[in-house]
Ligand binder design. Structure first.
Ligand SMILES: N[C@@H](CCC(=O)N[C@@H](CS)C(=O)NCC(=O)O)C(=O)O
Length: 78
């Protein structure tokens, strides 16, 4: 299943969440704690403290950048 590392207060994450809902995609929301910095799971997985971060294990994809993520979702899960 898709995993989205995100923070509820992040507008870029909200855009991706909206796209997930629009496409009716089931996914796991992984809350990102900005205070955790390099100790966060997101950093350990993707190497950045940035969110949103999409992990698609099925396709071995780890991706940052909301616009890229939304394009990927449209192309692969629409
Ligand atoms: N261009 C990125 C911007 C993402 C972004 O700026 N996210 C902020 C939170 S709203 C963030 O993760 N800041 C912490 C960091 O970059 O380490 C996108 O569209 O996804």
């Amino acid at each position: 299943m898709l995993e989205l590392y995100a923070n509820a207060g992040c507008p870029y994450c909200q855009k991706v969440l909206k796209k997930m809902n629009e496409l009716k995609i089931d996914f796991i929301w992984r809350s990102h704690d900005f205070m955790a910095g390099e100790n966060s799971w997101g950093f350990k997985i993707g190497g950045k403290t940035q969110v949103p971060l999409l992990v698609d294990q099925q396709n071995a994809v780890t991706m940052y950048e909301s616009e890229e993520i939304m394009k990927y979702l449209e192309e692969n899960y629409n």
